[in-house]
Design a protein around this ligand. Structure first.
Ligand SMILES: C[S@@+](CC[C@H](N)C(=O)[O-])C[C@H]1O[C@@H](n2cnc3c(N)ncnc32)[C@H](O)[C@@H]1O
Length: 261
């Protein structure tokens, strides 16, 4: 029996133009994850961010994945990054920290369907954080690099089509249902600059558990596989085992890059 696809089968086939994607052969994961230069910078930025004690296990990406995102951004040197799914800002802070030493024109736009910085609701408190994402960025001197958008991912990406700027990296960590990711990937491709990269979180290759808890989130894999079955020339490159711990005593991450096959 096929796994449930949470509405994926009901969706019409979407155009998926992968021309802008960076080619698989142009990406060398070992160089990215073992960069000595980034390894020297990491302890400084990690120490500054650690002062906020962003918790693990309350919906933000785990500390090992935060470090992997930092390495990815340092290596890819994007001018412009789009993040879908801000939540407590765990990934946001690490992406922004990695952008700090750019040429001054780099920026991150982070989108969440909720207002993650809502001054009255203070949603971050419910997730064990002492500070809002915007507050943490300001305290690190990174506030000027980041634009927050409260809205739906597809609406926001549609609003960017035809704009002067695109994004070099799009990180998809919002609604993880297969139907949502199936729509988000083509939408992200439409606003990707040439040589750009899409980063998926919660990508479980062949729907196999990555950790001892047996957990599998199906959406990102099922969405990617449907696009591939329909002829999209893309391939998912899981980051696999990282050179540092991630969760449940392992080094394995659910991060994956979407690249041109
Ligand atoms: C797993 S959390 C993101 C974690 C975040 N990257 C971090 O490290 O703190 C997923 C977030 O996506 C948001 N989200 C869900 N559906 C969305 C949509 N359609 N558009 C934008 N954001 C969405 C949720 O509100 C939630 O905050």
């Amino acid at each position: 029996m096929n796994p449930p696809a949470d509405g994926l089968d009901a969706l019409e086939t979407l155009d998926c133009d992968t021309a802008a994607l960076r080619a698989l052969e142009a990406v060398h994961l070992a160089d990215i994850l073992h960069s000595a230069e980034t390894g020297r910078r990491w302890p400084l930025d990690e120490a500054a961010i650690a002062a906020f004690a962003i918790p693990d296990g309350t919906g933000g990406v785990n500390p090992g994945d935060r470090r992997a995102l930092y390495h990815l951004i340092k290596a890819l040197r994007p001018r412009s990054v789009l993040e879908i799914g801000t939540h407590i800002g765990a990934s946001t802070l690490h992406i922004a920290a990695a952008l700090r030493d750019g040429d001054g024109t780099s920026g991150l736009t982070t989108v969440d369907i909720r207002d993650v910085n809502h001054a009255q609701d203070r949603p971050w408190l419910r997730h064990g954080c002492r500070h809002s994402p915007a507050d943490m960025l300001d305290r690190l001197g990174l506030g000027g690099l980041v634009t927050f958008v409260a809205g739906d991912s597809l609406d926001y990406m549609a609003s960017c089509v035809g704009g002067a700027d695109g994004f070099d990296v799009v990180f998809l960590d919002g609604d993880h249902s297969a139907a949502a990711v199936y729509r988000e990937i083509p939408a992200a491709l439409r606003i990707l600059r040439p040589g750009g990269v899409i980063v998926l979180h919660d990508y479980f290759p062949e729907l196999k558990p990555l950790w001892s808890n047996g957990f599998v989130l199906e959406g990102p894999y099922l969405a990617t596989e449907r696009l591939r079955r329909e002829g999209a020339g893309l391939v998912a490159l899981p980051l696999g085992a990282l050179p540092w711990p991630t969760k449940l005593g392992s080094c394995v991450t659910s991060l994956a890059l979407l690249l041109r096959a």
